[in-house]
Ligand binder design. Structure first.
Ligand SMILES: NC(=O)c1ccc[n+]([C@@H]2O[C@H](COP(=O)([O-])OP(=O)(O)OC[C@H]3O[C@@H](n4cnc5c(N)ncnc54)[C@H](O)[C@@H]3O)[C@@H](O)[C@H]2O)c1
Length: 281
């Protein structure tokens, strides 16, 4: 069996996944649509590994060996020998579905096709292929090299064999794999986003200041970050999109996004990435 670990997308998540796979000893092929995006991904990997070298958690030789195992390409066909491809492209159903259809055509029949989606149905992505039993969710957390969890999501048709192989692979990458079924938001975002939304409602209604809301959750619940700071870190547009997925998927008004969140997104105040969200950066 091939030992090529395929990754599609060289952005925040894709380059993190490529890094942990190469560090675990796999030959990685990372695909994006343009050379400059690939170069940015490789630079991010280099910087992240260099931090480990500086802290003496990795030698310079080990770092070079890891980087040499990552091949960056714009060609989809370079993934044809992969035993698994993890898709980490833009969170858009049409884009992901097209990627899955192509992967189904070019990879071997045994290859697992995984998605790192935060909110799109794994079952529906499986439907874009002729092998829905080989399609699964591998939801890594950001930053990938640091965060221990992979939420492994079983689509309606995902086989036990695919699940077991994905769980074993996640553990080889040094992660803990926890299983859940394919329902809107899986477990992570179904539990996290209503908490963030409620914190935004509390701010909107004047229940407390941003500092109090975040401080109460940090000191009182032992959370490392308050929910408003976390929302800024995730991106307010991303939070709004996920709440909309929960709202549409369950048809339950308890998931309606707070008007203040919509207002911030409309204003382009998207959190850390745009310099302003609930805090200023
Ligand atoms: N950022 C997070 O905190 C986070 C956490 C968990 C899951 N996710 C999920 O991971 C996925 C990627 O998110 P991200 O934050 O890395 O996004 P990003 O915007 O940083 O990167 C996405 C990359 O995909 C590339 N891309 C788009 N279409 C492509 C195609 N057809 N082929 C190859 N590359 C393509 C883009 O050029 C871009 O470089 C999304 O599904 C997102 O929901 C993100």
């Amino acid at each position: 069996m091939s030992e090529i670990f395929g990754v599609i997308g060289a952005g925040t998540m894709g380059n993190g996944i490529a890094q942990v796979a190469a560090r675990a000893g796999y030959d990685v092929v990372m695909r994006d649509v343009a050379e400059d995006l690939l170069a940015r991904g490789v630079t991010a990997i280099d910087r992240s590994l260099q931090r480990d070298v500086d802290k003496e958690r990795l030698t310079a030789d080990e770092k070079s060996a890891i980087i040499s195992r990552i091949r960056a390409t714009t060609e989809m066909k370079d993934l044809s020998n992969a035993f698994i491809v993890v898709e980490a492209v833009t969170e858009n159903f049409d884009v992901k579905s097209a990627v899955f259809k192509t992967l189904d055509e070019i990879t071997g029949a045994d290859a697992i096709l995984a998605s790192n989606t935060s909110s799109i149905s794994i079952t529906k992505l499986g439907e874009a292929t002729r092998r829905p039993y080989k399609v699964i969710g591998m939801h890594f957390m950001n930053p990938v090299p640091v965060m221990k969890l992979v939420e492994v999501i079983r689509g309606a048709a995902t086989s036990d064999e695919t699940f077991e192989a994905t769980r074993a692979l996640s553990e080889k990458l040094g992660k803990t794999a926890l299983e859940c079924q394919d329902y809107p938001g899986f477990v992570s975002n179904r539990v996290l986003m209503p908490m963030i939304n409620e914190a935004i409602f509390a701010l909107h209604e004047g229940v407390a200041t941003r500092e109090s809301i975040d401080g109460i959750m940090k000191l009182g619940m032992n959370h490392p970050m308050g929910p408003l700071a976390l929302a800024d870190f995730i991106g307010l547009d991303v939070c709004l999109a996920i709440l909309n997925v929960l709202h549409d998927g369950f048809g339950d008004p308890k998931y309606r996004a707070c008007p203040l969140l919509k207002r911030y997104v409309d204003a382009g105040w998207l959190g850390k990435k745009s310099g302003r969200g609930f805090y200023e950066y």
